[in-house]
Design a protein around this ligand. Structure first.
Ligand code: ATP
Length: 235
Protein backbone atom coordinates (compact mmCIF):
# COMPACT_ATOMS: atom_id res chain seq x y z
CA UNK A 1 0.00 0.00 0.00
CA UNK A 2 1.12 3.53 -0.82
CA UNK A 3 0.45 6.32 1.64
CA UNK A 4 1.18 9.99 1.04
CA UNK A 5 0.78 12.29 4.02
CA UNK A 6 0.84 16.09 4.08
CA UNK A 7 3.15 16.33 1.11
CA UNK A 8 4.47 19.77 0.18
CA UNK A 9 6.63 20.21 -2.91
CA UNK A 10 8.09 23.37 -4.48
CA UNK A 11 9.89 24.41 -7.62
CA UNK A 12 12.26 27.04 -6.30
CA UNK A 13 10.14 29.59 -4.45
CA UNK A 14 6.87 28.37 -5.97
CA UNK A 15 4.94 25.77 -4.04
CA UNK A 16 3.25 23.26 -6.37
CA UNK A 17 1.77 20.90 -3.75
CA UNK A 18 0.25 21.84 -0.40
CA UNK A 19 -0.43 19.21 2.26
CA UNK A 20 -1.41 16.49 -0.21
CA UNK A 21 -2.52 13.25 1.41
CA UNK A 22 -3.71 10.14 -0.40
CA UNK A 23 -3.79 6.38 -0.02
CA UNK A 24 -3.65 3.64 -2.62
CA UNK A 25 -4.71 0.27 -1.20
CA UNK A 26 -2.89 -2.86 -2.27
CA UNK A 27 -4.22 -4.16 -5.59
CA UNK A 28 -6.47 -1.18 -6.31
CA UNK A 29 -6.55 1.46 -9.01
CA UNK A 30 -6.79 4.99 -7.65
CA UNK A 31 -7.02 8.05 -9.87
CA UNK A 32 -5.78 11.56 -9.33
CA UNK A 33 -7.75 13.96 -11.49
CA UNK A 34 -7.40 17.68 -12.01
CA UNK A 35 -6.89 20.27 -14.69
CA UNK A 36 -3.68 21.50 -16.30
CA UNK A 37 -1.08 22.55 -13.80
CA UNK A 38 -2.96 21.21 -10.76
CA UNK A 39 0.11 19.27 -9.63
CA UNK A 40 -0.67 15.74 -10.80
CA UNK A 41 2.69 15.10 -12.48
CA UNK A 42 4.48 16.74 -9.57
CA UNK A 43 2.85 14.22 -7.24
CA UNK A 44 4.01 11.28 -9.36
CA UNK A 45 7.51 12.68 -9.79
CA UNK A 46 7.82 13.05 -6.04
CA UNK A 47 6.72 9.45 -5.42
CA UNK A 48 9.26 8.32 -8.04
CA UNK A 49 12.02 10.18 -6.21
CA UNK A 50 12.64 12.67 -9.02
CA UNK A 51 11.60 15.53 -6.73
CA UNK A 52 12.35 15.96 -3.05
CA UNK A 53 9.46 17.12 -0.87
CA UNK A 54 9.74 20.17 1.41
CA UNK A 55 7.77 18.28 4.03
CA UNK A 56 5.41 15.34 4.41
CA UNK A 57 5.97 11.62 4.05
CA UNK A 58 5.51 8.89 1.46
CA UNK A 59 5.45 5.26 2.60
CA UNK A 60 5.30 2.13 0.52
CA UNK A 61 4.29 -0.97 2.47
CA UNK A 62 5.28 0.79 5.66
CA UNK A 63 8.72 1.94 4.49
CA UNK A 64 9.53 5.63 4.07
CA UNK A 65 10.43 6.28 0.42
CA UNK A 66 10.28 10.09 0.20
CA UNK A 67 13.62 11.46 -0.89
CA UNK A 68 14.82 8.01 -1.97
CA UNK A 69 16.83 7.96 -5.24
CA UNK A 70 14.66 6.92 -8.21
CA UNK A 71 16.57 3.67 -8.88
CA UNK A 72 15.97 2.59 -5.28
CA UNK A 73 12.24 3.02 -5.82
CA UNK A 74 12.48 0.96 -9.00
CA UNK A 75 14.27 -1.79 -7.06
CA UNK A 76 11.30 -1.83 -4.65
CA UNK A 77 8.86 -2.29 -7.54
CA UNK A 78 7.76 1.31 -8.07
CA UNK A 79 7.57 2.28 -11.69
CA UNK A 80 6.32 5.37 -13.51
CA UNK A 81 5.03 5.50 -17.07
CA UNK A 82 5.77 9.15 -17.85
CA UNK A 83 3.52 11.58 -19.67
CA UNK A 84 4.34 11.76 -23.36
CA UNK A 85 5.38 8.09 -23.31
CA UNK A 86 9.13 8.67 -23.80
CA UNK A 87 9.88 5.53 -25.77
CA UNK A 88 13.31 5.21 -27.40
CA UNK A 89 12.37 6.31 -30.93
CA UNK A 90 15.37 4.76 -32.69
CA UNK A 91 15.08 1.38 -30.99
CA UNK A 92 12.69 -1.36 -32.06
CA UNK A 93 9.69 -2.44 -30.01
CA UNK A 94 11.62 -5.49 -28.84
CA UNK A 95 14.67 -3.42 -27.86
CA UNK A 96 12.49 -0.93 -25.95
CA UNK A 97 10.98 -3.81 -23.99
CA UNK A 98 14.45 -5.16 -23.23
CA UNK A 99 15.39 -1.76 -21.77
CA UNK A 100 12.53 -2.17 -19.27
CA UNK A 101 14.08 -5.41 -17.99
CA UNK A 102 17.59 -4.08 -17.40
CA UNK A 103 17.58 -5.19 -13.76
CA UNK A 104 16.50 -8.72 -14.70
CA UNK A 105 19.34 -11.10 -15.58
CA UNK A 106 17.25 -14.25 -15.85
CA UNK A 107 16.65 -14.66 -19.61
CA UNK A 108 13.73 -17.04 -19.14
CA UNK A 109 12.00 -14.49 -16.92
CA UNK A 110 12.58 -11.74 -19.51
CA UNK A 111 11.08 -13.95 -22.21
CA UNK A 112 8.09 -14.77 -20.00
CA UNK A 113 7.41 -11.08 -19.33
CA UNK A 114 7.74 -10.24 -23.02
CA UNK A 115 5.24 -12.98 -23.88
CA UNK A 116 2.89 -11.54 -21.26
CA UNK A 117 3.25 -8.01 -22.71
CA UNK A 118 2.59 -9.36 -26.21
CA UNK A 119 -0.50 -11.22 -24.97
CA UNK A 120 -1.85 -8.00 -23.41
CA UNK A 121 -0.93 -5.86 -26.44
CA UNK A 122 -0.96 -8.06 -29.56
CA UNK A 123 -0.26 -4.96 -31.69
CA UNK A 124 3.20 -4.82 -30.15
CA UNK A 125 3.85 -8.45 -31.10
CA UNK A 126 2.92 -7.65 -34.70
CA UNK A 127 5.35 -4.70 -34.64
CA UNK A 128 8.17 -6.33 -32.71
CA UNK A 129 10.90 -5.28 -35.16
CA UNK A 130 9.48 -1.87 -35.99
CA UNK A 131 11.23 1.30 -34.77
CA UNK A 132 9.30 2.76 -31.86
CA UNK A 133 9.36 6.28 -33.36
CA UNK A 134 7.25 5.05 -36.27
CA UNK A 135 4.46 3.67 -34.06
CA UNK A 136 1.18 5.57 -33.64
CA UNK A 137 0.64 7.53 -30.42
CA UNK A 138 -1.57 4.79 -29.01
CA UNK A 139 0.93 2.08 -29.88
CA UNK A 140 3.72 4.09 -28.23
CA UNK A 141 1.58 4.31 -25.10
CA UNK A 142 1.14 0.51 -25.18
CA UNK A 143 4.90 0.18 -25.54
CA UNK A 144 5.56 2.52 -22.62
CA UNK A 145 3.23 0.45 -20.42
CA UNK A 146 4.76 -2.78 -21.76
CA UNK A 147 8.26 -1.54 -21.02
CA UNK A 148 7.21 -0.76 -17.45
CA UNK A 149 5.74 -4.25 -17.08
CA UNK A 150 9.06 -5.78 -18.13
CA UNK A 151 10.47 -4.59 -14.79
CA UNK A 152 7.77 -6.62 -12.96
CA UNK A 153 6.48 -3.62 -11.00
CA UNK A 154 4.36 -3.86 -7.88
CA UNK A 155 3.19 -0.27 -8.08
CA UNK A 156 2.58 1.42 -11.40
CA UNK A 157 2.11 5.17 -11.84
CA UNK A 158 0.49 6.13 -15.12
CA UNK A 159 0.73 9.78 -16.18
CA UNK A 160 -2.06 10.72 -18.62
CA UNK A 161 -2.16 7.53 -20.69
CA UNK A 162 -5.03 8.93 -22.79
CA UNK A 163 -3.18 12.09 -23.86
CA UNK A 164 -3.26 12.67 -27.61
CA UNK A 165 -4.55 9.21 -28.47
CA UNK A 166 -7.45 8.31 -30.75
CA UNK A 167 -10.60 7.58 -28.64
CA UNK A 168 -11.03 4.00 -29.86
CA UNK A 169 -7.47 3.11 -28.90
CA UNK A 170 -7.86 4.87 -25.55
CA UNK A 171 -10.81 2.57 -24.73
CA UNK A 172 -8.73 -0.47 -25.50
CA UNK A 173 -5.69 0.75 -23.54
CA UNK A 174 -7.85 1.45 -20.48
CA UNK A 175 -9.42 -2.01 -20.75
CA UNK A 176 -5.91 -3.48 -20.82
CA UNK A 177 -4.87 -1.41 -17.78
CA UNK A 178 -7.76 -3.04 -15.88
CA UNK A 179 -6.72 -6.46 -17.19
CA UNK A 180 -3.13 -5.92 -16.00
CA UNK A 181 -4.37 -4.78 -12.58
CA UNK A 182 -6.60 -7.87 -12.23
CA UNK A 183 -4.28 -10.52 -13.63
CA UNK A 184 -1.07 -9.28 -12.03
CA UNK A 185 -2.46 -7.61 -8.92
CA UNK A 186 -0.39 -4.51 -9.68
CA UNK A 187 -1.43 -1.51 -7.55
CA UNK A 188 -1.93 1.59 -9.68
CA UNK A 189 -2.06 5.34 -9.37
CA UNK A 190 -3.55 6.82 -12.52
CA UNK A 191 -3.18 10.51 -13.29
CA UNK A 192 -5.70 11.74 -15.84
CA UNK A 193 -7.28 14.85 -17.27
CA UNK A 194 -9.93 12.61 -18.79
CA UNK A 195 -11.83 12.17 -15.53
CA UNK A 196 -14.70 10.29 -17.15
CA UNK A 197 -12.44 7.47 -18.26
CA UNK A 198 -10.33 7.43 -15.13
CA UNK A 199 -13.31 7.21 -12.75
CA UNK A 200 -14.69 4.33 -14.83
CA UNK A 201 -11.74 2.10 -14.00
CA UNK A 202 -10.62 3.38 -10.60
CA UNK A 203 -12.15 2.36 -7.27
CA UNK A 204 -11.34 5.72 -5.64
CA UNK A 205 -10.52 9.16 -6.93
CA UNK A 206 -8.83 12.29 -5.61
CA UNK A 207 -9.45 15.73 -7.09
CA UNK A 208 -6.45 18.04 -7.13
CA UNK A 209 -6.89 21.79 -7.60
CA UNK A 210 -3.92 24.19 -7.57
CA UNK A 211 -1.83 21.81 -5.51
CA UNK A 212 -4.50 20.82 -2.97
CA UNK A 213 -6.75 17.79 -2.68
CA UNK A 214 -10.23 19.29 -2.59
CA UNK A 215 -12.25 16.08 -2.69
CA UNK A 216 -11.76 12.35 -2.44
CA UNK A 217 -14.24 9.51 -2.46
CA UNK A 218 -15.21 6.28 -4.13
CA UNK A 219 -15.33 6.76 -7.91
CA UNK A 220 -19.08 6.19 -8.08
CA UNK A 221 -19.68 8.95 -5.51
CA UNK A 222 -17.40 11.38 -7.36
CA UNK A 223 -19.18 10.65 -10.63
CA UNK A 224 -22.48 11.55 -8.94
CA UNK A 225 -21.12 14.71 -7.28
CA UNK A 226 -22.60 17.83 -8.97
CA UNK A 227 -19.39 19.82 -8.47
CA UNK A 228 -17.25 17.11 -10.05
CA UNK A 229 -19.76 16.68 -12.85
CA UNK A 230 -19.77 20.34 -13.82
CA UNK A 231 -16.02 20.93 -13.41
CA UNK A 232 -14.56 17.66 -14.69
CA UNK A 233 -17.15 15.44 -16.35
CA UNK A 234 -18.65 17.85 -18.85
CA UNK A 235 -21.88 18.56 -16.91
P1 ATP B 1 -0.37 18.84 -16.65
O1 ATP B 1 -1.48 17.93 -16.88
O2 ATP B 1 -0.46 20.12 -17.45
O3 ATP B 1 1.00 18.22 -16.69
P2 ATP B 1 -0.23 18.70 -13.78
O4 ATP B 1 -1.47 18.64 -12.95
O5 ATP B 1 0.50 17.44 -13.98
O6 ATP B 1 -0.57 19.37 -15.16
P3 ATP B 1 2.26 19.75 -12.80
O7 ATP B 1 2.99 19.47 -14.06
O8 ATP B 1 2.47 18.88 -11.64
O9 ATP B 1 0.68 19.79 -13.10
O10 ATP B 1 2.50 21.27 -12.39
C1 ATP B 1 2.08 21.84 -11.15
C2 ATP B 1 2.57 23.26 -11.03
O11 ATP B 1 4.01 23.28 -10.92
C3 ATP B 1 2.27 24.14 -12.24
O12 ATP B 1 1.97 25.44 -11.76
C4 ATP B 1 3.54 24.14 -13.05
O13 ATP B 1 3.69 25.32 -13.78
C5 ATP B 1 4.60 24.02 -11.97
N1 ATP B 1 5.80 23.31 -12.46
C6 ATP B 1 5.82 22.06 -12.97
N2 ATP B 1 7.09 21.73 -13.33
C7 ATP B 1 7.87 22.79 -13.02
C8 ATP B 1 9.27 23.06 -13.13
N3 ATP B 1 10.11 22.15 -13.61
N4 ATP B 1 9.71 24.28 -12.73
C9 ATP B 1 8.86 25.19 -12.22
N5 ATP B 1 7.55 25.00 -12.08
C10 ATP B 1 7.04 23.82 -12.47
Amino acid sequence: MLKIENLAVSYGAIRALHEVSLTVEQGSIVTLIGSNGAGKSTTLRTVSGLLRPDSGTITWNGERIDGLAPHKGVARGLCQVPEGRMVFANLTVRENLAMGAYLQHDHAAVRRERDYVFSVFPRLAEREKQQAGTLSGGEQQMLAIGRALMGQPKFLMLDEPSLGIAPLLVKSIFAQIVEINRSRGITMLLVEQNANLALEIATHGYVLETGRIILHDRSAALRADPKVRSAYLGG
